[in-house]
Design a protein around this ligand. Sequence first.
Ligand SMILES: Nc1nc2c(ncn2[C@@H]2O[C@H](COP(=O)(O)OP(=O)(O)OP(=O)(O)O)[C@@H](O)[C@H]2O)c(=O)[nH]1
Ligand SMILES: [Mg+2]
Length: 419
Amino acid sequence: MFIDHAKIYLKGGDGGNGCVAFRREKFVPMGGPYGGDGGRGGNVIFVADEGLNTLMDFKYRKHFKAQRGVHGMGKNQHGAWGENLIVKVPVGTIIIDDDTNESIVDFTAAGQEAVIARGGRGGKGNSRFANAIHKAPAMAEKGELGEEKWIRLELKLLADVGLVGFPNAGKSTLISRVSAARPKIADYPFTTLVPNLGVVLTKNKDSFVIADIPGLIEGAHEGVGLGHDFLRHIERNRVLLFILDTAQVDGRDVVEDFSALRRELEIFNPELLKRPYLIVANKLDIPEAQERFKLLKDKYGDMVVGISGATGQGTDELVERTYELLKSIPPEEHIGETRLIRRFEQKSPFEIEVIDGIFQVTGKRIENLVEMTNFSQDENLQKFQRTTARMGLDEALKAKGIKEGDTVKIKDMEFDFSE
Ligand SMILES: Nc1nc2c(ncn2[C@@H]2O[C@H](COP(=O)(O)OP(=O)(O)OP(=O)(O)O)[C@@H](O)[C@H]2O)c(=O)[nH]1
Ligand SMILES: [Mg+2]
């Protein structure tokens, strides 16, 4: 099975900072706290979209950041929430946390969505901290940082389009011309032994998946050669391209070749003949091929597209016409529900490492707390100390042998330890 993948970076929007402000109005002597909350940062949300087939878009864009929340303002005005960022992926995409290698989401049907990187909470404004004792608190929280994540996307590809032809017709040459696939190419039959898949990009940057199927031979329906295996692959293609060798050095008849290919398919599974298809007259760079091309044109008209896989002549038109045909077929129905396998969680609130006598504390929650605290405000500092004590930081530091006056470092902030 061919797998398309991409590795991308996500960041939820940071929360806006809370505001410290006081009422200043005529006839209101003791202005109360008046600072609004910061707005929430936007989430990065993934949506399964039936219009997409590949992860091609992620080859060009690797960073996805949702909008940050607006800071709180005076007069108790709350900051606006950051906008969510919607990222579309094909149905069948699995999202994997790159740090832990765990699968997070498995999209099984169009329209399913999941929040993959959450935006940070907005910081509370000073109005929120007023109580009976602190009538005019000069503290406000900073916004929480948005979640940050490297993830991998994986998509099992099913080929939309299958190349059907006799050995040596030029199937591998064609797929290597129109996609990034690099199958083996040689002038002897049966060069390709397993199907190769390639992602083809149209001129409008739409994409589809094409399969280079090993050469069919007469009798394939009876299982001659690897007949049944190859024919089963063709069953999964929605559009078929019959590749005919118009150079035909061995003097075979192209029209008869086409009929023979159709016969093999029909005997295996008559449904295959109902698949939309194009007839591809290949190797037109050879002068003698023109006559056979004309023969096909006269008989099948517009169904015939003349190309040379070797020179690239006609292959752009073939790609566009194939895509038109694909678009005309309703997409396959998918059933089931999103399996939200796991949301990101913080395991323990922090870890402590002693480096050169400095007690370095790491951990998302505690680092967020540092980010959200405005240390120039005394009340904030006290709140910070209370919260970290509740998390068990003091005990954990003592267990690591910390002494009065030792340095504790969280992110870039340094503190002196004191009982
Ligand atoms: N002149 C010319 N030669 C071609 C063209 N396309 C393919 N060939 C040659 O035809 C031979 C077979 O090409 P492949 O692409 O390996 O054919 P295939 O259909 O994949 O063959 P199998 O894998 O054996 O089924 C090679 O020698 C190619 O170089 C073409 O457009 N013009
Ligand atoms: Mg081949």
